[in-house]
Design a protein around this ligand. Structure first.
Ligand code: G4P
Length: 526
C-alpha cells in the first residue's frame, strides 16, 4: 500500500467523558467490532490483570478511577483506528490533555440521564482550543433519560456547538425500542439481552415506509415521525466542513453496554472522521505525506511492566513511513538513535513495530533520554509544538522515611518528572524536594508509586509555598537574582531555574526588582 493510502485509512481519536458515562464500556465494544478482542469484558479483565501485577494501581482500584492511559489499534471497514485511552478523573487531566495533542478527533460520551458534566466540559474546552472535530455518543438510552431534545439543547447551549443528530432514539428506558438512522434512513431495533451480538438494521424507504408500522407499536411510530420532523426543522443537517472545523457535532444515541448504536458510531467515524493532520513545528508545517519520518513524544510512562523497569515514550508519527531499524535524530540532544524496538499497541498485547504511518502511535523503550515534547526526525532540526504543560497548583515537600534513601528518592522523583506525572523542584538550600501537581490525589498516587516501584517509603508534607515559577532571561540577571534569593530558588528536573514564592507580595517584589526577567507559570515542553 502506498504512503498516501496508509494515511487515508488512518483514524486516530480519543474518547472524552465524565467518569462513569461509559467510556470503558464503549471502548470495549469498539474493540469488539474491530475484531481486536473476542468477547466483551476483556478490556476490564486486562485492566484487572494489570492491576494485579502492579501495586500502585491499588489507588486506582480503591478509588474506582482509571489512571494510566494507553493506546489501542484495530481495523474496521478498511480503516485503521488508533484509539487513545485517557484517564477520566480530573486529577489526572494533564495526561489527558497531552493525549489530546496526539489525536485528530474525539468522541464525547454523555450519560443520557446526566447530560454535560464538569469533566466533559473541561475536556471539551481543550478540544475546542485545538478546533478538534467531535462526534457525540449519548449513552445509556436503555435507562430513564433526559428528553433527547433537552440533551441536544444542553450540548448546543453549554458548549456553543451545533448539533446534527445522526440517529434518533425511539423511546427510552424500559420502553427503548431502538434508533432511526437519519443518515442512512434505516431502522435499528434494540434487542435486549444480546450483549455481544450486533443489532440488525432494517433498511427503510424513509420515515413513511410501512415497514416501520409493522415493526413498531403505533404510538412509537407516530412519535418518531413527529420527532424527526422537528429535528429536521430545528437542527442543521450534518455537514462535513463544519464538523471538521469543530463547530458541529454529529450525535449518535445508543447503549454501549447493550452493544447498541456502537456500530453506527464506528461507521460514522470510518466515513467522516479526519485523517491524520499536518504537524505544527516552530519552523514550519509538516504534511503527513512528506517522505521523511517525523514524530513527537506526547507521553512517557515508566514501569509499565514492573518486572522490566521499562520506560516507554509514546510517540505520534506525523509524517513518512516509519520502518524498523530507521535512524532518527533526537532534535533536543542532537543524537542519532537507531530504532529497532518500537512497539505497536494492539488491544491484547504489544508487538514490535515493523512499520508505522502518520497517525500511528509507537512506543519507544528508553532509559530517560526521551522527554515529553521531544521531536524525532530523519535529520531536519525542527521542533513540534503543542504538547501542553501545566502550572503546578499545589506544592508539597517530600522526604524519605529513611534518610539514607534520599538519593533513591531523588532518582525516583526525577523519573516521575520526566514521565510528566508531577513537577519536581530541588531547592538550592536544604535536602527536601518540592513536588507540584494539579490535583491533590496525585500525591497519593506518587507516594504509592515511589514506595512500590522504587522501594522508597516517603512522606508528603504541606508547605507554605504558593507557587513555583520558571525564571527566564539573561543568564547574568538570573544569576544575580538567584544569588539574592537563594532561600527561594530551586531547579526543576532538567536543571532550569525556578522561583518558589510564598505569596503574591513575594512574587510581585521579585518581578519589580528584576523587571527584565520573565516569570512563567508553565514551561513549554520543547
Ligand atoms: P467510564 O469508563 O466512563 O467510567 O464508565 P464505564 O464504562 O465503566 O461504565 C460505568 C457504568 O455504566 C458501568 O456500570 C457500566 O456497566 C454502565 N454502563 C455503560 N454503558 C451502559 C449502558 O448503555 N446502559 C446502562 N444501563 N449502563 C451502562 P458499573 O455498575 O459501574 O460497572 P459494571 O459492574 O456493570 O461493569
Amino acid at each position: 500500500m502506498s504512503l498516501a493510502q496508509q494515511i487515508e485509512r488512518r483514524r486516530t481519536f480519543a474518547i472524552i467523558s465524565h467518569p462513569d458515562a461509559g467510556k470503558t464500556t464503549l471502548t470495549e465494544k469498539l474493540l469488539l467490532f474491530g475484531g481486536a478482542i473476542q468477547a466483551a469484558g476483556e478490556v476490564k479483565a486486562r485492566g484487572e490483570r494489570r492491576r494485579a501485577r502492579s501495586d500502585w494501581m491499588k489507588v486506582e482500584q480503591e478509588r474506582g478511577i482509571s489512571v494510566a492511559s494507553s493506546v489501542m489499534t484495530f481495523d474496521y471497514l478498511e480503516r485503521t483506528f488508533n484509539l487513545l485511552d485517557t484517564p477520566g478523573h480530573e486529577d489526572f487531566s494533564e495526561d489527558t490533555y497531552r493525549t489530546l495533542s496526539a489525536v485528530d478527533s474525539a468522541v464525547m460520551v454523555l450519560d443520557a440521564a446526566k447530560g454535560i458534566e464538569t469533566q466533559t466540559r473541561k475536556l471539551f474546552e481543550v478540544c475546542r482550543l485545538r478546533d478538534m472535530p467531535i462526534a457525540t455518543f449519548i449513552n445509556k438510552m436503555d435507562r430513564e433519560t433526559k428528553d433527547p431534545f433537552e440533551l441536544l439543547d444542553e450540548v448546543e447551549q453549554t458548549l456553543a456547538l451545533d448539533v446534527a443528530p445522526a440517529s434518533w432514539p425511539i423511546g427510552m428506558g424500559r420502553d427503548f425500542k431502538g434508533c432511526y438512522d437519519l443518515i442512512h434512513d434505516q431502522l435499528i431495533l434494540f434487542d435486549r439481552g444480546k450483549g455481544d451480538s450486533i443489532s440488525e438494521s432494517i433498511k427503510c424507504q424513509g420515515l413513511d415506509d410501512p415497514k416501520l408500522d409493522e415493526l413498531l407499536p403505533d404510538y412509537a411510530v407516530e412519535k418518531l415521525r413527529t420527532d424527526v420532523e422537528m429535528v429536521r426543522e430545528l437542527c442543521p443537517q450534518f455537514n462535513l466542513k463544519d464538523y471538521l472545523e469543530g463547530t458541529l457535532t454529529p450525535v449518535f444515541f445508543g447503549s454501549a453496554v447493550n452493544n447498541f448504536g456502537v456500530q453506527e458510531l464506528l461507521a460514522g467515524l470510518a466515513d467522516f472522521a479526519p485523517r491524520p493532520r499536518a504537524g505544527k513545528a516552530l519552523e514550519r508545517q509538516v504534511a503527513p505525506d512528506e517522505g521523511k519520518v517525523t514524530a513527537f513524544v506526547f507521553k512517557i510512562q515508566a514501569n509499565m511492566d514492573p518486572k522490566h523497569r521499562d520506560r516507554i515514550a509514546f510517540v505520534r508519527v506525523v509524517s513518512g513511513r516509519f520502518k524498523k531499524g530507521i535512524k532518527m535524530k533526537h532534535v533536543r540532544s542532537g543524537k542519532t538513535l537507531a530504532i529497532h524496538n518500537a512497539q505497536l499497541f494492539l488491544a491484547q498485547d504489544r508487538a514490535v513495530a515493523e512499520e508505522a504511518y502518520p497517525g500511528d502511535i509507537i512506543g519507544l523503550p528508553n532509559h530517560g533520554n526521551l522527554r515529553i515534547g521531544d521531536t524525532l526526525t530523519e535529520g531536519e532540526m525542527i521542533r513540534f509544538t503543542g504538547v501542553p504543560s501545566f502550572a503546578p497548583e499545589i506544592l508539597q515537600k517530600v522526604r524519605p522515611e529513611d534518610p539514607m534513601k534520599a538519593k533513591h528518592l531523588g532518582r525516583a522523583l526525577e523519573q516521575l518528572a520526566e514521565e510528566g506525572a508531577a513537577r519536581v523542584f530541588k531547592p538550592a538550600l536544604g535536602s527536601d524536594w518540592v513536588v507540584g501537581v494539579v490535583g491533590p490525589l496525585q500525591f497519593d498516587v506518587l507516594a504509592d508509586r515511589i514506595r512500590t516501584e522504587y522501594e522508597v517509603p516517603c512522606r508528603f508534607e504541606a508547605t507554605s509555598l504558593m507557587t513555583a515559577e520558571w525564571v527566564e532571561g539573561d543568564p547574568r540577571e538570573i544569576k544575580k537574582f538567584s544569588d539574592q534569593n537563594r532561600a527561594s530558588m530551586a531547579v526543576d528536573h532538567a536543571g532550569a531555574p525556578v522561583y518558589l514564592a510564598r505569596n503574591n507580595w513575594h512574587l510581585d517584589k521579585a518581578k519589580d526588582d528584576f523587571p527584565s526577567l520573565k516569570f512563567l507559570k508553565t514551561k513549554e515542553e520543547v
